[in-house]
Ligand binder design. Structure first.
Ligand SMILES: [Zn+2]
Length: 207
């Protein structure tokens, strides 16, 4: 079976008329789930009007095309939540589903990712669809519905993976008071804590 997490690039041009997108041009993205995994198509406004009726898409949204920035020198970059998430999504390790999810929330807090849709996967779990604000890539990330006690543990794992230090005496006693983490605000608080502990808390402003 196809994996349930994935990163899909945004096209540089309209799938239908093949005209390259211009900087700041609006585009329409459609994500369909097939046997091979997720397929993404991007349309210009005119072509979208023609195609939306027949679209079998699973998720659809409108975005603004941004010219990709020149590539940075990777050797000079330290590990960030984003570089770590990209690695983990490539590695295909099912044990890292919780870590991937926390990193995704961290990037949402940093306004690097925007949530575009939430779907229910084949196993009944939630699958969240995010878009990278700069590159337009789609990040498809299963939501593991973490409990607070699991969250504390994953949070520490992420801090260590990002080269930060876990403060002494930190435990997961809080879990006893709040066993369920259906409240996304709680999750975001934890994501912010990881960002602060790894010194990766330079939040970007929206434009
Ligand atoms: Zn077009």
């Amino acid at each position: 079976m196809a994996q349930e997490w994935d990163i899909k690039s945004r096209s540089e041009a309209c799938t239908a008329c093949e005209k390259p997108f211009l900087d700041k041009q609006e585009y329409y993205a459609a994500l369909a789930f097939g046997e091979e995994g997720y397929a993404r198509t991007d349309f210009c406004g005119d072509c979208w009007t023609e195609h939306k009726e027949n679209s079998q898409a699973y998720s659809m949204w409108k975005g603004v095309f941004r010219m990709p920035p020149p590539p940075e020198d990777e050797a000079l970059q330290k590990e960030t939540a984003e570089s770590l998430l990209r690695k983990l999504m490539e590695d295909d390790d099912p044990d890292k589903i919780n870590v991937r999810y926390i990193l995704t929330i961290m990037l949402e807090r940093k306004r690097i990712l925007i949530e575009r849709d939430v779907q229910i996967g084949r196993d009944g779990g939630k699958i969240r669809v995010y878009e990278h604000r700069q590159t337009g890539e789609t990040f498809v990330v299963p939501d593991p519905s973490l409990r607070l006690d699991e969250l504390e543990e994953v949070q520490e794992e992420v801090v260590i993976m990002l080269g930060g230090k876990v403060p002494e005496g930190k435990g997961s006693k809080a879990a006893l008071e709040a066993p369920d983490l259906s409240d996304p605000a709680e999750l975001r608080k934890h994501a912010d804590k990881v960002l602060a502990e790894t010194g990766d808390d330079d939040f970007e402003d929206d434009d």
